[in-house]
Each structure stands twice: as C-alpha cells, then as structure tokens.
Design a protein around this ligand. Structure first.
Ligand code: MV4
Length: 500
C-alpha cells in the first residue's frame, strides 16, 4: 500500500490522512464543487473533483470514487464514516477493481448490517437480546400474540432501519394493528424493505457500545466501551470512555459478547457493537456498526491506539498490534460534537461565516476539525464543525478539562452547541453519572443557557474544593454547579496601546 484515497470530507478525511502520512504513504482527497477550498483538499497530496455539491452526485457515487482512484493510482480506499462506508456493494466493487478496501468485507457487512440477520446471529451465540422477535414478522395475528406476551409498551423496528429511523412505539394493544401497518408501509417507502420486528420498549435506556478490532488471522479484541447516552434525536452530542456505570464484570461480559459477534461475521476491521442498558443495568445487543465511528477518539485516548493505523495494518494483512491482555483502560476521555446549531432555537442548523475561530489547546486536548477562521460552513452536509476531545486521569478531571477547553474555544459568526455542551458538563445529572438517553428532554430548555454566571472567585473556590475532596478513579464525581452562560472566556480583548 502506497497511496490511500479517502472517500470522505470534513474532519474525518483529515484525521485519516494524518495517519496515512505518518505511515509514509501518499494521500488522495476527493471533493465536491462545494468543497473546492476545503481543508481536506489542501491537506492531501492530490485531489480529484467528483461532482456537484449534493452528496448524491459526488460523495455517494461509487463510479466517481473508483475513477478518482484509477486516475491517481491510489491502491487503497478508506471510506471514513457515513457516505459509502457501510455499503457492501461498494466494498466488493473496490476489491474487484484490485484496490484495497480499508474496512470490513462486503460479506461481513451483509451478515451483520441487517438488524434481523444480526439478531439471529446474536441469538445463536447466546448473546442477550431485548425480549421480542428475532425474525421479520409479516403475520398480523402472530405479531399481536407476540406483543401481548412481551407486554406493552412495545417498539416496532424496521430491519433495514438504523440510527433510530423506522421505529414506532406502541403503548397499548388497541393501537397495535394500525401502528404495525404504518410501520411496514413506512419501511417499504424509506428502505425498500418492509421487514419489521418487535421488541419490548426499554423506556429509559443508556446507550453503551463496544469497540472491536478483528484481523485476517482470526484475532479479535475489544477496546472497551463508549457511553453515548447524551444525544438528541439520535444525533450523539457527548461521548465518553469508560462509561461511569459499567462494573469491571459488566465490561468483561459485554466485551466478550462483542468479540463473539465480530467473530461470527468474520469481522476484519474496526467495528462497533451497540448495546442498550435498561434500568436494572441489564444489557441487550442492538446492532453492529461496520465503520470507524465519529466518537473513536475517546477510545484512542484511553487505549493509546491509533484506530486508523490499526485499520490500515489489518487491511495490509498484518496481525493486530495488541492482544486482549495487553489492553488496559488508561484514564478517562470525553468528546463533544460542536455543531453549527442553535440550542436555544430547537437546535436548528445555523449557517454563516466563522468570523472568529480559535481552538483550545494544551495537555490532553484534541480538536478534530476542518475549518479555519473566515471559512463558511457549507449547507449541503452535516452541520458538525468539529469534535473536541479531552483526556485526563479520571472522570472529574476530564470534565473540568472539558469545561476549560470549551471556555477557550472561540467561535463567532455562527451559533454553535458549545454553550449547550458546557451546560451538560456542569449539570448534576451528568456529573453524577445519573442520566439516560432522555437527558436533553429531561434537563434542557432554551432557558437553561441564560442562567446567571457565577462569580469567578466562587467557581475557583469550588473547583479547588473539588480537587481537595479527591474525587478519583471511575467513581462518579460529586455534583458541582457552574452555570452555563456567556462571559466565561479566559481570552481578554487585545488592549492595544497598553505597554507591558
Ligand atoms: C430501543 C429503545 C428502547 N427499547 N429498543 C435507537 C437507535 C437504534 N440503534 C436503537 N434505538 C433504540 N432502541 C428498545 N427495545 C430505544 C432506542 C433509542 C435510543 C437508543 C440509543 C441511543 C439513543 C436512543 C434514543 C432514542 C431511542
């Protein structure tokens, strides 16, 4: 492998190219007309325009990506996340063109990409599933019987759905038939596949996922969990590793299940096995994501591994660089996603120019981004501006570091989710670890960002007391109250004319 084409854009394209460079290989960017001046294009050794702004005419067109690889002589393609990353036909096509696909095989994707197939595989290996059907249901009477046995509320899910698409909650038997019909017709029109299944609805779940790595020599390891419960409409906002609720026993049990799933589909790359945790902390397998995920940096921080380097080495046929017994959790990492959205206005996307753009720095701070001051946020793609990731030796210190980093981050010209993330970091429910996927609904209103800002001395005293209290390890930290709000930036205005 000498030249890698990255079939993606934005922060993930740059993040992948950085590792490719470190490994002594050349990089190729592809870009749409909207991304002509994008940083991932400027970072790459070579770049090919692959069409107009709309991703359906550029980043999603396999022919154009393959053509770009052929023109530039790239011998490998990394798909990043989103776009073509979980498309089994694309993975097969790349290989049939004699190009290395840096990801799992098309067959692995097909075996585990359909939720029903994945559930059947999990069931065969004795992995816990939410009570329900592990087969597509088309007989209405049979569905009614199963629903009655599971008990309401139940959830109807589309097999071809994902990320929350194609789900319907049914609260009582009387509306079951109607909801079932709607779910099937929705699944047909959205995914071209009307297969649905039903499960007991877990009302207050936590989302905990396990990172796995598999190579072509039959080795599979897990890299522990990421907690991703703080989300809004299936868009994750805060992710951390490790989770504040898992015991070492739960971690080992979930890790073993994730490894079994990966082995069952001959998984040969980085992948993620998603679980739901219910109120009793019982865990259930949900689905597997066959890509490098947005939130992979928190796993990199706590394991010291570079997941893209592992993916590339796997794709080159090398063995994993680590065995399970080598792997230890080191400290605590938190990621926030900075979106160009207005939390005070239903998180509506904001567009405009980054008039000021200054990123936080310092020990244990990582920013994966794709913008510089003066750039516009394109309207054609996901409104994520960057990911801010911090590491420290325990959760309390990581939260404090995140608050410091958020305060240092200066963005003007565009409304972002930074203030919202600061609100989360200082919220008692987050700090104590007592939250679920309904955090935003339960704790956030547009007013939450207009709380009075505490006096700086008070905050300094509070933080000093927190350190003195010695909150350490993975113990939940004691709650502390720093209200989110404006005016917290440590950066002073340039006082021109001042001397010394
Ligand atoms: C569930 C559930 C409750 N009960 N399944 C949403 C995305 C998809 N991966 C699975 N999802 C859920 N499945 C049962 N049986 C609740 C969710 C869910 C959710 C899961 C993880 C993270 C955020 C979520 C937000 C809403 C619903």
């Amino acid at each position: 492998m000498k030249k890698v084409l990255v079939a993606n854009r934005g922060e993930i394209a740059i993040r992948i190219m950085r590792t490719v460079r470190e490994m002594g290989m050349k990089t190729v960017a592809v870009y749409s007309e909207a991304d002509r001046n994008a940083l991932h294009v400027r970072y790459a050794d070579e770049a090919c325009c692959i069409g107009p702004e709309a991703s359906s005419q550029s980043y999603l067109v396999a022919d154009k990506i393959i053509e770009a690889a052929r023109l530039t002589g790239a011998d490998a393609i990394h798909p990043g996340y989103g776009f073509l990353s979980e498309n089994a036909e694309f993975a097969d096509r790349v290989v049939s063109e004699g190009i290395i696909f840096i990801g799992p095989t098309g067959n692995s994707m097909r075996m585990i990409g359909s939720k029903i197939a994945a559930k059947a595989t999990a069931e065969k290996h004795g992995i816990p599933l939410v009570p329900g059907t592990s087969k597509a249901i088309d007989d209405l009477q049979e569905a009614k019987d199963v629903a009655a046995k599971i008990g309401f509320p139940i959830l109807i899910k589309a097999s071809a759905g994902g990320g929350g698409k194609g789900m319907r909650i049914v609260y009582e038997a009387s509306s079951f038939e109607e909801q079932m019909k709607l779910a099937v017709s929705e699944a047909v029109s959205a995914f071209g596949d009307g297969a649905v299944f039903i499960e007991r609805y877990v009302g207050s779940p936590r989302h905990v996922e396990i990172q796995v790595l598999g190579d072509h020599h039959g080795n599979v390891v897990h890299l522990f969990e990421r907690e991703c419960s703080i989300q809004r409409r299936h868009q994750k906002i805060v992710e951390e590793a490790p989770s504040s609720v898992l015991t070492p026993e739960m971690r080992a049990a979930m890790g073993a299940c994730a490894v079994a799933i990966a082995k069952a589909c001959n998984y040969t790359s980085a992948g993620t096995v998603e679980f739901l945790l219910d109120e009793n902390k019982d865990f259930y397998f949900l689905e597997m994501n066959t890509r490098l995920q947005v939130e992979h940096p928190v796993t990199e921080f706590i394991t010291g591994l570079d997941l893209v380097r592992e993916q590339i080495n796997i794709a080159r046929g090398e063995k994993l660089s680590v065995s399970q017994s080598d792997l230890k959790i080191n400290g605590h990492a938190i990621e926030i996603r900075v979106y160009a959205e207005d939390p005070a206005n239903s998180f509506l996307p904001d567009i405009g120019t980054l008039n000021t753009y200054r990123i936080p720095q310092g020990p244990g701070v990582r920013v994966d981004d794709c913008f510089e001051e003066g750039m516009d946020i394109p309207i054609y793609y996901d409104p994520m501006i960057s990911k801010l990731i911090v590491w420290d030796s325990n959760r309390t210190l990581a939260i404090r570091k995140m608050i410091r980093a958020i305060e240092e981050y200066e963005i003007t010209g565009i409304t972002t989710t930074l203030d919202f993330c600061r609100f989360v970091m200082s919220h008692e429910a987050f700090v104590s670890g007592n939250f679920d996927t309904h955090f935003v609904r339960d704790h956030f209103t547009a007013d939450s960002l207009n709380q009075p800002v505490e006096e700086e001395e008070e905050i300094a005293a509070y933080l000093a007391a927190l350190v003195a209290s010695g909150a350490t390890g993975t113990q939940p930290a004691k709650p502390f109250a720093i209200h989110a709000g404006p005016g917290m930036s440590p950066w002073k205005r340039n006082r021109s004319g001042d001397s010394d």
